[in-house]
Every structure is written in C-alpha cells, then in structure tokens.
Design a binder for this molecule. Structure first.
Ligand SMILES: [Zn+2]
Ligand SMILES: [Zn+2]
Length: 343
C-alpha cells in the first residue's frame, strides 16, 4: 500500500509499505479521509517523544471495511465506518467501568512511544479493532466523518461539564479542539456562548462556529464578556482547550463562584493553581482526556445538520501533498485550520 511515512522529524515521504494484516478481532479499513491533528504536527517536529520514527501517523480517519480478521462479527466488506483513535482492550477494570479512554492497555493510532507502536491512518489501509468501529449514517461524508474524533473530544469535555441547557458557557482557544468544543456546547443547547482566542482570524472562526462573542484571550477580556451577560456573575462553565498558565488564569477569572472549569488542553506540563481562591469560591475543576463513547451522539449531530463543520472542510488534499500540508500547518498559515488528507 501507499503510506505517508514520517522518516525522521520534519521529513515525511509517500512510500510503498506492506499491507497491514488484521489480527484477531480487527478489520482492515481502506482509508478515505484522514485529518491532521495538532498532535501530529508536534510529532512531525520531533516534540513529545510520541512519534518515534519511522511511523505512519494519523488517528482522525474514516473509510470502508475491506476485510475482516479472525473472530469479527457484525461487520462486512464495504461498510462505511469511522473508529476510535484509542484502541482499547475492552477487558481491564477501566474498560469495564466506562473509562476506555483510560484503558490500561490503550494504544493510540499513529503513535509510537517507548511502550508501544501503532501504525496510523495516513495510508491507503489501516488495521483497527472491530469494537472501536462506528457505522456512518448515509448522510455523513468521509471527510465529515474523520472529524468525528476531534468533535468527540469536545463532546466528552462538554458531557463532563454536566447539563449545559441555558447556561453561559465560555471556551478558551479556537483551534480545532476549541472550535469543536464550541460546536458540542452549542449542540447541547447552552445559553450564551463565548470564546476567547489570541488571533483575530481564530476569533472570526469562533463566531462562524456559533459563538455569540469572541474576545481576546486574556483574563480581563473573557471575564468582562462573561459578566456582561450574567448580571456580573461570570460564566457557569469554562472549557479550556489550551491548558497553559495563561488559559487557566483566564478560566478562573471568567468562571462564576461555584462554577465549573473543564481543562482539555495540556500545553503546559505544570501550572500554578491559586488554591485558596479556588476553594473559597468553590470552583469545580474537572479534567477531560480524549473521548469515551461520544461517537454516536457526534455522528447523529453531524447527520442531522446540527453542527457546522464547514470551517474544517476547506483544505481536502491528496496524500501526496501531506508533507507540504504539515509545513503549512507548522508555519501557521492564516486561515488554515484543518487539513484532511485523502489517500
Ligand atoms: Zn488528535
Ligand atoms: Zn482496557
């Protein structure tokens, strides 16, 4: 098969590789769309130690089943699918308790680290576990379907925030995860929806995604905007897709007393927390990692036309332009939010 292989940091090449063989419980999928994630761009630069080369990256994908490995039931060749980027065992304590994003034996597609290596989906074919597959509704295109993964990440954070109906919600960051979190909050019927982002082009994308106001990514700007629509209280829920000292400070400034902050991003390894302030204001601080079974609600929302994925569908390119696309993303080309590769 043809695959986009990260040969060494900064060097991606389309090369011929042996076709993957689906093991027991796995299926072989012909990839029709695979989006480039921010984590892939970090990995491309050789950061983080999770893309040890050579490696086929890619974990936001969709396609059609080609063949079934041993012990697979309920699927057939030709089925249109997407799949969880986390390949989980389904048997450990976490998997048995609705925490398969924290599976003791999890492997992320397109990641190679000290503990494991799992080839990803920037290729014509990828092998994935059948229990991580989700069937695509007819109305959902492959390009839309590969965005289910980051949308599910946003939906997971929103779900952990609790009931959002009618509540004032603020999202920090307007990259893919920030915007997906906005879309997820909107789809759950929140009231006022605000966004804080540093760059004007991203603020515009946040408004396009449904934020009623998008402001500069500073504590004062977001706190002022949140207070303006809550009689001075602040946002009921703040979802932080950045995860830096600055974004945490912004979240705590914008949330109301007794409100909830959900942290999804983790750009910083450590941050300082104003503990006393958090305690006396009784802030609920929740962290959110990856997703846990939100794919069906996300696919349904996409099929029903409830979410506007247009901003993510503006750069659909052949696999051969993958190396160039990584360069454009790392150079932060204005307006280039997401690239979807078609093998
Ligand atoms: Zn990702
Ligand atoms: Zn498990």
């Amino acid at each position: 098969m043809k695959a986009l292989v990260l040969q060494e940091p900064g060097r991606l090449e389309v090369v011929r590789c042996p076709d993957p063989a689906p093991g027991p419980g796995e299926v072989l999928v012909r990839v029709r769309a695979c989006a480039i994630c921010g984590s892939d761009v970090h990995g491309w630069r050789g950061e983080g130690g999770r893309r040890l080369t050579p490696l086929i990256m890619g974990h936001e994908a969709s396609g059609e089943i080609v063949t079934l490995g041993p012990d697979v039931a309920g699927w057939k060749a030709g089925d249109r699918v997407t799949f969880d980027s986390t390949q989980y065992c389904g048997k450990c304590w976490q998997c048995a308790h609705g925490l398969h994003n924290l599976c003791a034996h999890r492997q992320i597609l397109g990641v190679a680290c000290r503990e494991y290596r799992r080839e990803g989906a920037m290729a014509e074919l990828v092998a994935v576990q059948a229990h991580t597959l989700y069937r695509l509704p007819d109305k959902v295109s492959f390009a839309q379907a590969c965005l289910t993964e980051p949308f599910a990440v946003g939906m997971h954070a929103v779900r952990l925030a609790g009931e959002l109906r009618g509540k004032t919600v603020a999202v920090i960051g307007a990259g893919t995860i920030g915007l997906m979190t906005l879309l997820a909050a909107k789809s759950q019927g929140c009231g006022h929806l605000l966004c804080a982002a540093h760059h004007a082009d991203r603020q515009a994308l946040a408004r396009e995604a449904g934020a009623e106001a998008s402001v500069e990514g500073t504590p004062k700007a977001l706190a002022d905007a949140a207070r303006a629509c809550t009689e001075g209280r602040g946002a009921d829920v703040v979802l932080d897709s950045v995860g830096s000292q600055g974004s945490l400070d912004t979240a705590l400034a914008a949330v109301r007393d007794g409100g909830t902050v959900v942290v999804i991003g983790n750009s910083a390894v450590h941050t300082a927390l104003p503990l006393q302030d958090c305690v006396v204001r009784q802030i609920r601080l929740q962290f959110s990692y990856s997703s846990e079974g939100e794919y069906p609600i996300c696919l349904k929302a996409i099929a029903d036309g409830k979410v506007n994925l247009t901003p993510f569908l503006r750069a659909i390119l052949p696999l051969e332009q993958g190396a160039d696309a990584f360069r454009r993303l790392t150079d932060r080309e204005p307006g280039l939010l997401k690239v979807i590769l078609q093998p």
